[in-house]
Ligand binder design. Sequence first.
Ligand code: PMP
Length: 304
Amino acid sequence: MAAADSSSIAYLNGEWKPLSDCQVPINTHALQYGTGCFEGIRGYWDGSRVNLLFLREHFERLYGNAKMLLMQAPSVDEMYDIAVKCVQDNKMQCNVYLRPVVFKCSTNLGPELSKEPDGYMCYLMPLNDYLDTSKGLEVCVSSWVRLGDNSIPTRAKATGGYLNSALAKSEAVLNGYDEAIFLNDRGQVSEGSAENLFLVRDGVLITPDKTSGILEGITRQTVIDLARAKGVAVEERAVARTELYRADELFLVGTGCQVSWVRTVDRRAVGAGERGPITGLVQDAYENAVYGRDPACQAWLTGC
Ligand code: PMP
């Protein structure tokens, strides 16, 4: 499992300190009630610098999600500058993953949000693959139902909501799978535990729409744009479970997993059980872009 180096420099509530010195009290609101929201941001080492991917987009999402959860994030510019400084001051020379979190830092009893003060942290770790992207994933449909928008909104990327992901992911791993696919409270396909999902049927790229109980993934939108630019038809719509079993191709996308193709779903081979052509097109285009090899996508990257 990837983990941050405890001597790396991290940001907590206005101070820069070694990660091991960044402490919160045991009665912190966010620890007791899951009252935080967060981002995961990747940076790719190109041999001379780390290029952070979609930095502004991540902080715009975090700022808006914090507002939804009655939390006040630092400004987008401030969070952006903290992230850049975190990479620079740690002198990173490898692929990295940043974890910024807005959270309720008070120690008061009770889950009320509006009157409690907000904290902010940002730390990083080296990260290459999150899921093994080479051999094809074995996934299952989870017995756990995706959180509904009127319970804990998946869109919010709320820390507490990740208990839902943790239960599904753990069930999948304990049963010998790599990843879980959630159905939402309407019984339709939503997403993986930490990834959005795409399938291909008859040459059309299909992904659950934004009301399917998904996080509005930055990679998801990127893949939609890349595919359309390459002339692939894309549909955002409700997806039925059994469409997974009839798919010609299936892949998961996200900051962590990047573009990861799926070999089997509920032990049924997806298509020919190989990486499919549209998956290949998208995966190669994404990889070229994030490593700075596509001049048309330079604007995605912030060099540090
Ligand atoms: N869904 C969930 C539940 C996630 O945790 C993530 C990872 N942030 C994603 C989708 C993918 O989102 P993004 O492409 O913005 O990383």
